[in-house]
Design a protein around this ligand. Structure first.
Ligand code: NAD
Length: 285
Protein backbone atom coordinates (compact mmCIF):
# COMPACT_ATOMS: atom_id res chain seq x y z
CA UNK A 1 0.00 0.00 0.00
CA UNK A 2 1.16 3.54 -0.77
CA UNK A 3 2.63 5.06 2.38
CA UNK A 4 0.88 8.41 1.78
CA UNK A 5 -2.50 6.74 1.92
CA UNK A 6 -1.99 5.34 5.39
CA UNK A 7 -0.08 8.27 6.89
CA UNK A 8 -1.79 10.07 9.79
CA UNK A 9 -0.02 12.97 11.45
CA UNK A 10 -2.67 15.06 13.19
CA UNK A 11 -1.68 16.22 16.68
CA UNK A 12 -3.40 18.51 19.21
CA UNK A 13 -0.90 21.19 18.16
CA UNK A 14 -2.81 21.63 14.90
CA UNK A 15 -5.41 23.73 16.72
CA UNK A 16 -2.82 26.24 17.98
CA UNK A 17 -2.33 29.71 16.48
CA UNK A 18 1.17 30.22 17.86
CA UNK A 19 3.08 32.89 15.94
CA UNK A 20 0.03 33.92 13.91
CA UNK A 21 -1.15 37.51 13.59
CA UNK A 22 -4.91 38.07 13.47
CA UNK A 23 -6.93 41.17 12.67
CA UNK A 24 -10.48 41.23 14.06
CA UNK A 25 -12.90 43.96 13.00
CA UNK A 26 -15.31 44.93 15.77
CA UNK A 27 -13.03 43.14 18.22
CA UNK A 28 -13.89 45.48 21.09
CA UNK A 29 -17.13 43.79 22.13
CA UNK A 30 -19.40 40.78 21.74
CA UNK A 31 -18.51 37.98 19.34
CA UNK A 32 -15.37 39.80 18.13
CA UNK A 33 -14.14 40.21 21.69
CA UNK A 34 -14.72 36.49 22.33
CA UNK A 35 -12.75 35.60 19.21
CA UNK A 36 -9.92 37.97 20.20
CA UNK A 37 -9.65 36.38 23.64
CA UNK A 38 -9.71 32.85 22.23
CA UNK A 39 -7.13 33.65 19.55
CA UNK A 40 -4.84 35.06 22.25
CA UNK A 41 -5.42 31.96 24.40
CA UNK A 42 -4.42 29.76 21.45
CA UNK A 43 -1.21 31.74 20.83
CA UNK A 44 -1.99 34.50 18.32
CA UNK A 45 -1.12 38.19 18.36
CA UNK A 46 -4.27 40.24 17.86
CA UNK A 47 -5.06 43.54 16.15
CA UNK A 48 -8.47 45.01 16.96
CA UNK A 49 -10.04 47.36 14.42
CA UNK A 50 -13.01 49.08 16.05
CA UNK A 51 -14.83 52.41 16.13
CA UNK A 52 -14.82 52.21 19.93
CA UNK A 53 -11.20 52.83 20.96
CA UNK A 54 -11.85 52.38 24.66
CA UNK A 55 -13.57 49.01 24.23
CA UNK A 56 -10.78 47.80 21.95
CA UNK A 57 -8.11 49.02 24.41
CA UNK A 58 -9.78 47.00 27.18
CA UNK A 59 -9.63 43.85 25.04
CA UNK A 60 -6.03 44.67 24.05
CA UNK A 61 -5.08 44.78 27.74
CA UNK A 62 -6.69 41.36 28.28
CA UNK A 63 -4.86 39.94 25.23
CA UNK A 64 -1.51 41.22 26.56
CA UNK A 65 -2.29 39.66 29.94
CA UNK A 66 -2.46 36.31 28.13
CA UNK A 67 1.04 36.90 26.75
CA UNK A 68 0.08 38.00 23.24
CA UNK A 69 0.86 41.23 21.44
CA UNK A 70 -2.12 43.51 20.82
CA UNK A 71 -2.71 46.53 18.62
CA UNK A 72 -5.73 48.84 18.52
CA UNK A 73 -6.74 50.49 15.27
CA UNK A 74 -9.53 53.02 15.58
CA UNK A 75 -11.48 52.89 12.33
CA UNK A 76 -14.91 52.41 10.84
CA UNK A 77 -14.96 49.33 8.57
CA UNK A 78 -16.93 51.33 6.00
CA UNK A 79 -14.06 53.85 5.70
CA UNK A 80 -11.98 52.27 2.93
CA UNK A 81 -8.88 54.45 3.36
CA UNK A 82 -8.83 53.91 7.13
CA UNK A 83 -9.19 50.13 6.69
CA UNK A 84 -6.34 49.97 4.16
CA UNK A 85 -4.13 52.13 6.40
CA UNK A 86 -5.04 49.91 9.37
CA UNK A 87 -3.97 46.74 7.59
CA UNK A 88 -0.72 48.38 6.49
CA UNK A 89 -0.11 49.29 10.13
CA UNK A 90 -0.70 45.71 11.34
CA UNK A 91 1.95 44.42 8.92
CA UNK A 92 4.35 47.28 9.81
CA UNK A 93 4.04 46.62 13.57
CA UNK A 94 3.63 42.81 13.66
CA UNK A 95 5.55 41.86 10.50
CA UNK A 96 2.77 39.87 8.87
CA UNK A 97 -0.97 39.19 8.69
CA UNK A 98 -2.21 35.58 8.79
CA UNK A 99 -5.86 35.77 9.86
CA UNK A 100 -8.67 38.25 9.17
CA UNK A 101 -12.02 38.06 10.95
CA UNK A 102 -14.70 40.20 9.30
CA UNK A 103 -16.88 40.56 12.38
CA UNK A 104 -18.03 44.20 12.64
CA UNK A 105 -21.66 44.43 11.63
CA UNK A 106 -25.17 44.49 12.94
CA UNK A 107 -28.60 46.00 12.48
CA UNK A 108 -31.79 47.20 14.12
CA UNK A 109 -35.29 46.01 13.22
CA UNK A 110 -37.14 48.15 10.64
CA UNK A 111 -40.11 47.05 8.50
CA UNK A 112 -39.28 46.83 4.80
CA UNK A 113 -42.03 49.34 3.96
CA UNK A 114 -40.55 51.94 6.33
CA UNK A 115 -36.85 51.52 5.53
CA UNK A 116 -35.19 54.76 4.41
CA UNK A 117 -32.52 54.92 1.70
CA UNK A 118 -29.99 55.96 4.32
CA UNK A 119 -30.81 52.97 6.55
CA UNK A 120 -30.61 50.64 3.56
CA UNK A 121 -27.23 51.98 2.41
CA UNK A 122 -25.76 51.86 5.92
CA UNK A 123 -26.81 48.22 6.43
CA UNK A 124 -25.33 47.14 3.11
CA UNK A 125 -22.13 49.18 3.58
CA UNK A 126 -21.56 47.81 7.08
CA UNK A 127 -22.56 44.17 6.55
CA UNK A 128 -21.43 43.55 2.96
CA UNK A 129 -19.56 46.29 1.07
CA UNK A 130 -17.00 46.75 3.86
CA UNK A 131 -15.90 43.14 3.35
CA UNK A 132 -14.62 43.87 -0.14
CA UNK A 133 -12.02 46.32 1.21
CA UNK A 134 -10.96 44.33 4.27
CA UNK A 135 -10.78 41.09 2.30
CA UNK A 136 -8.86 42.60 -0.61
CA UNK A 137 -6.36 44.50 1.54
CA UNK A 138 -5.82 41.58 3.94
CA UNK A 139 -5.45 39.08 1.09
CA UNK A 140 -2.85 41.34 -0.57
CA UNK A 141 -0.90 41.45 2.71
CA UNK A 142 -1.17 37.65 3.11
CA UNK A 143 0.04 37.09 -0.47
CA UNK A 144 2.99 39.43 0.15
CA UNK A 145 3.80 37.42 3.29
CA UNK A 146 3.89 34.23 1.24
CA UNK A 147 2.47 32.01 4.00
CA UNK A 148 -1.16 31.84 2.95
CA UNK A 149 -3.85 32.77 5.46
CA UNK A 150 -7.35 32.34 6.78
CA UNK A 151 -10.29 34.72 6.42
CA UNK A 152 -13.39 34.22 8.54
CA UNK A 153 -16.62 36.10 7.91
CA UNK A 154 -19.20 36.45 10.67
CA UNK A 155 -22.55 36.30 8.87
CA UNK A 156 -25.82 35.32 10.57
CA UNK A 157 -28.38 32.57 10.40
CA UNK A 158 -30.59 35.35 8.99
CA UNK A 159 -28.44 35.15 5.86
CA UNK A 160 -29.77 31.60 5.37
CA UNK A 161 -33.50 32.35 5.77
CA UNK A 162 -36.08 35.15 5.50
CA UNK A 163 -35.95 37.52 8.47
CA UNK A 164 -38.93 39.81 9.13
CA UNK A 165 -37.84 43.37 10.05
CA UNK A 166 -34.28 42.52 8.99
CA UNK A 167 -34.68 42.44 5.21
CA UNK A 168 -31.56 44.38 4.19
CA UNK A 169 -29.37 42.91 6.94
CA UNK A 170 -30.44 39.38 5.97
CA UNK A 171 -29.78 40.10 2.29
CA UNK A 172 -26.34 41.55 3.11
CA UNK A 173 -25.47 38.49 5.23
CA UNK A 174 -26.64 36.21 2.39
CA UNK A 175 -24.28 38.21 0.16
CA UNK A 176 -21.51 37.64 2.69
CA UNK A 177 -22.13 33.90 2.60
CA UNK A 178 -21.82 33.85 -1.19
CA UNK A 179 -18.84 36.23 -1.21
CA UNK A 180 -17.17 33.66 1.06
CA UNK A 181 -17.51 31.03 -1.69
CA UNK A 182 -16.14 33.21 -4.50
CA UNK A 183 -13.30 34.59 -2.39
CA UNK A 184 -12.40 31.02 -1.39
CA UNK A 185 -12.12 30.04 -5.05
CA UNK A 186 -10.12 33.08 -6.13
CA UNK A 187 -7.74 33.01 -3.15
CA UNK A 188 -7.18 29.24 -3.02
CA UNK A 189 -4.20 29.59 -5.38
CA UNK A 190 -2.50 31.66 -2.65
CA UNK A 191 -3.36 29.12 0.08
CA UNK A 192 -5.76 31.61 1.66
CA UNK A 193 -8.85 29.85 3.00
CA UNK A 194 -12.11 31.79 3.34
CA UNK A 195 -14.94 30.52 5.53
CA UNK A 196 -18.00 31.84 7.26
CA UNK A 197 -19.74 31.46 10.62
CA UNK A 198 -23.51 31.97 10.79
CA UNK A 199 -24.62 32.45 14.41
CA UNK A 200 -28.19 32.60 15.62
CA UNK A 201 -28.80 34.61 18.81
CA UNK A 202 -25.58 35.05 20.80
CA UNK A 203 -25.95 36.82 24.13
CA UNK A 204 -23.45 39.67 24.27
CA UNK A 205 -22.73 42.48 26.72
CA UNK A 206 -24.46 44.95 24.34
CA UNK A 207 -27.57 42.76 24.33
CA UNK A 208 -27.49 42.38 28.11
CA UNK A 209 -27.33 46.18 28.38
CA UNK A 210 -29.94 47.03 25.73
CA UNK A 211 -32.31 44.10 26.31
CA UNK A 212 -31.80 42.90 29.91
CA UNK A 213 -34.89 40.71 29.55
CA UNK A 214 -32.74 38.41 27.37
CA UNK A 215 -31.07 37.18 30.58
CA UNK A 216 -34.24 36.46 32.58
CA UNK A 217 -35.40 32.91 33.44
CA UNK A 218 -38.59 33.48 31.35
CA UNK A 219 -36.47 34.25 28.30
CA UNK A 220 -34.26 31.23 28.94
CA UNK A 221 -37.40 29.09 29.01
CA UNK A 222 -38.33 30.44 25.56
CA UNK A 223 -34.81 29.66 24.37
CA UNK A 224 -35.27 26.06 25.46
CA UNK A 225 -38.25 25.69 23.12
CA UNK A 226 -36.58 27.48 20.20
CA UNK A 227 -33.02 26.11 20.28
CA UNK A 228 -32.68 22.33 19.81
CA UNK A 229 -29.59 22.56 22.06
CA UNK A 230 -31.78 24.33 24.67
CA UNK A 231 -29.92 27.62 25.02
CA UNK A 232 -28.85 30.75 23.16
CA UNK A 233 -25.27 30.96 21.93
CA UNK A 234 -22.39 32.41 23.90
CA UNK A 235 -19.07 33.99 22.94
CA UNK A 236 -17.14 30.71 23.26
CA UNK A 237 -19.49 28.94 20.83
CA UNK A 238 -18.46 31.34 18.04
CA UNK A 239 -14.84 31.64 19.21
CA UNK A 240 -14.32 27.86 19.19
CA UNK A 241 -15.48 27.63 15.59
CA UNK A 242 -13.32 30.63 14.66
CA UNK A 243 -10.22 29.02 16.24
CA UNK A 244 -10.91 25.85 14.23
CA UNK A 245 -11.31 27.80 10.98
CA UNK A 246 -8.20 29.91 11.66
CA UNK A 247 -5.97 26.98 12.58
CA UNK A 248 -4.23 24.25 10.57
CA UNK A 249 -6.87 21.87 12.00
CA UNK A 250 -9.11 23.07 9.14
CA UNK A 251 -6.40 23.27 6.47
CA UNK A 252 -8.61 21.54 3.86
CA UNK A 253 -11.76 23.56 4.64
CA UNK A 254 -12.60 26.53 2.45
CA UNK A 255 -15.71 28.21 1.03
CA UNK A 256 -18.05 26.84 3.70
CA UNK A 257 -20.46 28.38 6.19
CA UNK A 258 -20.78 26.76 9.61
CA UNK A 259 -24.05 27.51 11.36
CA UNK A 260 -23.30 28.13 15.04
CA UNK A 261 -26.96 28.16 15.95
CA UNK A 262 -27.72 25.38 18.41
CA UNK A 263 -29.61 23.59 15.63
CA UNK A 264 -32.17 26.26 14.72
CA UNK A 265 -31.52 26.15 10.97
CA UNK A 266 -32.01 22.40 11.04
CA UNK A 267 -35.21 22.68 13.09
CA UNK A 268 -36.64 25.28 10.68
CA UNK A 269 -40.05 25.88 12.27
CA UNK A 270 -40.08 22.99 14.76
CA UNK A 271 -40.18 24.05 18.40
CA UNK A 272 -40.26 22.09 21.66
CA UNK A 273 -42.89 22.10 24.39
CA UNK A 274 -41.91 22.31 28.06
CA UNK A 275 -41.32 18.55 28.16
CA UNK A 276 -38.80 18.84 25.33
CA UNK A 277 -41.17 17.23 22.81
CA UNK A 278 -40.94 18.64 19.27
CA UNK A 279 -44.01 20.33 17.78
CA UNK A 280 -44.84 21.68 14.36
CA UNK A 281 -47.55 24.36 14.66
CA UNK A 282 -49.29 23.42 17.95
CA UNK A 283 -49.44 19.68 17.37
CA UNK A 284 -47.49 16.91 19.09
CA UNK A 285 -45.63 14.45 16.90
N1 NAD B 1 -25.02 38.75 18.72
C1 NAD B 1 -25.82 38.05 17.90
O1 NAD B 1 -26.86 37.50 18.33
C2 NAD B 1 -25.46 37.85 16.46
C3 NAD B 1 -26.16 36.90 15.74
C4 NAD B 1 -25.84 36.69 14.40
C5 NAD B 1 -24.82 37.43 13.81
N2 NAD B 1 -24.17 38.37 14.53
C6 NAD B 1 -23.09 39.11 13.84
O2 NAD B 1 -21.91 39.03 14.61
C7 NAD B 1 -21.15 40.22 14.47
C8 NAD B 1 -20.84 40.79 15.83
O3 NAD B 1 -22.07 41.04 16.50
P1 NAD B 1 -22.14 41.32 18.07
O4 NAD B 1 -23.54 41.09 18.48
O5 NAD B 1 -21.03 40.63 18.75
O6 NAD B 1 -21.86 42.90 18.07
P2 NAD B 1 -21.67 43.92 19.29
O7 NAD B 1 -22.58 45.05 19.01
O8 NAD B 1 -21.74 43.22 20.60
O9 NAD B 1 -20.14 44.41 19.08
C9 NAD B 1 -19.80 44.97 17.85
C10 NAD B 1 -18.40 45.56 17.93
O10 NAD B 1 -18.14 46.10 16.62
C11 NAD B 1 -17.80 47.46 16.73
N3 NAD B 1 -18.31 48.14 15.53
C12 NAD B 1 -19.61 48.40 15.24
N4 NAD B 1 -19.68 49.04 14.06
C13 NAD B 1 -18.42 49.16 13.60
C14 NAD B 1 -17.85 49.73 12.43
N5 NAD B 1 -18.62 50.34 11.52
N6 NAD B 1 -16.51 49.67 12.27
C15 NAD B 1 -15.72 49.09 13.21
N7 NAD B 1 -16.21 48.54 14.34
C16 NAD B 1 -17.53 48.58 14.53
C17 NAD B 1 -18.46 47.95 18.01
O11 NAD B 1 -17.83 49.10 18.52
C18 NAD B 1 -18.30 46.72 18.90
O12 NAD B 1 -17.04 46.72 19.53
C19 NAD B 1 -21.99 41.14 13.57
O13 NAD B 1 -21.55 41.05 12.25
C20 NAD B 1 -23.40 40.60 13.70
O14 NAD B 1 -24.18 40.86 12.56
C21 NAD B 1 -24.45 38.60 15.85
Amino acid sequence: MNEDVTRTSLTPGAILLTGKVALITGGGAGIGRGIAMAFAEFGADVALLDIDTQAAETVATLVRAKGGRALVITADVTDRAAVRAGITRVVAEFGTLDILVNNAGGTRPVPLLEMTDKQTDRRIDLNLTSLFTTTQAAAQAMIAGGQGGAIINIASIEGQRGAPLHSIYAAAKAGMINLTRTAALELAAHNIRVNCIAPDCVITEVMARNAPESLTPAFREQHASYFPLNRAGNLDDCAGTAVFLASPMSSYVTGVTINVDGGTYASSGWTKDKNGKYRLFAKDI
